[in-house]
Ligand binder design. Structure first.
Ligand SMILES: [Zn+2]
Length: 167
């Protein structure tokens, strides 16, 4: 009688993975779930690098992170002064990883890359002092007449005195 085949050996540290991909699909990656942590980064550098009001990252131990496909498409930018390295898909520009020299065992990934749950909710906010004054912070919104699906933030009412001064 033949012995049952043993499962293939894998380096995965968890039975559950979350997979992510860039916009064009050239790069696919995964982390073991749960991620180490997750947070919203309001720093100017992350805002520029990702082209958004703030970046939401999940942090993973490097040992729990793998590139599944498209490693040759990844371009890296090292900021030696800041001690950071950011990578992105060289084909479509999607930000992929954000690494910091002071925490070499960790790799940070935009939460938006993943469809599945990563096992961590982004409950922390970093660098809030660098948040821009145009970022949406949850003010009440109203429907914009004539544009279905568009909501808008009404301008704050000016104090009556300013209007009187103008007239
Ligand atoms: Zn891509």
């Amino acid at each position: 009688m033949r012995k049952a085949a043993s499962p293939p050996k894998t380096r995965k540290a968890s039975a559950v993975q979350a997979t992510g991909a860039c916009v064009c699909g050239a790069v696919r990656l995964e982390i073991d779930v749960p991620a180490r942590w997750a947070w919203h980064d309001h720093a100017e550098t992350s805002r520029r690098a990702q082209g958004c009001a703030y970046a939401t990252y999940v942090g993973s131990y490097r040992s729990r992170f793998r590139i599944l496909q498209g490693a040759e498409a990844i371009t890296r930018f090292e900021d030696k002064v800041a001690g950071t390295t950011r990578s992105f898909c060289g084909r479509c520009g999607t930000p992929l990883t954000y690494e910091r020299s002071h925490s070499p065992t960790m790799v940070n990934l935009p939460r938006a890359l993943f469809d599945e749950r990563t096992g961590r909710e982004p409950r922390y906010h970093a660098s809030l002092r660098e948040a821009p004054d145009w970022a949406y912070t949850g003010a009440p919104l109203a429907p914009l007449k004539g544009y279905p699906g568009i909501m808008w933030e009404r301008p704050r009412r000016k104090p009556r005195r300013e209007i009187d001064d103008f007239l």
